[in-house]
Design a protein around this ligand. Structure first.
Ligand code: MN
Length: 192
C-alpha cells in the first residue's frame, strides 16, 4: 500500500499574493510529491518497512528513509498551518497559551520570526507543545520534526529556500512576514 500525496486543503492560487500559485505548483506538486515518491521507492525495497504507518517510519527510520518520510509529514502539516482565511491574531485557548508562554502575541510573533529567519540553511520553524504541556518555539534542520523530540506540533513555517525563492528570492524575512497573513489559527487550536 503506497503512500499518497495528501490533497492540498485549498487551491494552488488560494494563498496569493503571499505565496504564489507558481510556488505551490513546485513546492506541493514537485517537492512534496518527490518526497512521497522516494519514500514509496524505499518502502518497496525494504520489507521491514512494509505496512508501517508514516509516523512509525519517522520514529524508527534513519538516513534517507527518515528524511523522505519526515518531509512528507512536515509538508502536510505545513499546508494545514496556512489558510486563505488565516492570519491576524489568535483567540481563545491558543491565544491564552501563547500569552502565558511568551508574554504576548507580539512577543511570540517576534521570537518566532527571529527563530525562522535565523535557522541556518534548510529547515523548519515550529510552535510546539512540550511533554510538560508548555508551548515553545523550536527550529529543526533539513527534515527534522517534533515527532522525534517528544513534542506535539502546533504550527510550522517551512524555511527551505524552495518555500520562498520564486516569490521572494533570498529575502526569507519577507516570506516569513507574508506567512503571518496565512497562519491557520483553527489548525493551531485543534493541535493544542
Ligand atoms: Mn518544503
Amino acid at each position: 500500500m503506497a503512500f499518497k500525496l495528501p490533497e492540498l486543503p485549498y487551491s494552488k492560487d488560494a494563498l496569493s499574493p503571499h505565496i504564489s500559485a507558481r510556488t505551490l505548483e513546485f513546492h506541493y506538486g514537485k517537492h512534496h510529491q518527490g518526497y512521497v515518491n522516494k519514500l514509496n521507492a524505499a518502502v518497496e525495497g525494504d520489507s521491514a518497512l512494509a505496512g508501517k504507518s508514516l509516523e512509525d517510519i519517522i520514529r524508527t527510520a534513519k538516513g534517507g528513509v527518515f528524511n523522505n518520510a519526515a518531509q512528507v509529514w512536515n509538508h502536510t502539516f505545513y499546508w494545514h498551518s496556512m489558510s486563505p482565511n488565516g492570519g491576524g491574531a489568535p483567540s481563545g485557548d491558543i491565544a491564552k497559551a501563547i500569552d502565558k508562554a511568551f508574554g504576548s502575541f507580539s512577543d511570540f510573533k517576534e521570537k518566532f520570526s527571529t527563530a525562522a529567519a535565523g535557522q541556518f540553511g534548510s529547515g523548519w520553524a515550529w510552535l510546539v507543545k512540550d511533554a510538560a504541556g508548555q508551548l515553545a518555539i523550536t527550529t529543526t534542520s533539513n527534515a527534522g520534526t517534533p515527532l522525534t523530540e517528544g513534542q506535539k506540533a502546533i504550527l510550522t513555517c517551512d524555511v527551505w529556500e524552495h518555500a520562498y525563492y520564486l516569490d521572494y528570492q533570498n529575502a526569507r524575512p519577507s516570506y516569513i512576514e507574508a506567512w503571518w497573513n496565512l497562519v491557520n489559527w483553527e489548525h493551531a487550536a485543534k493541535n493544542l
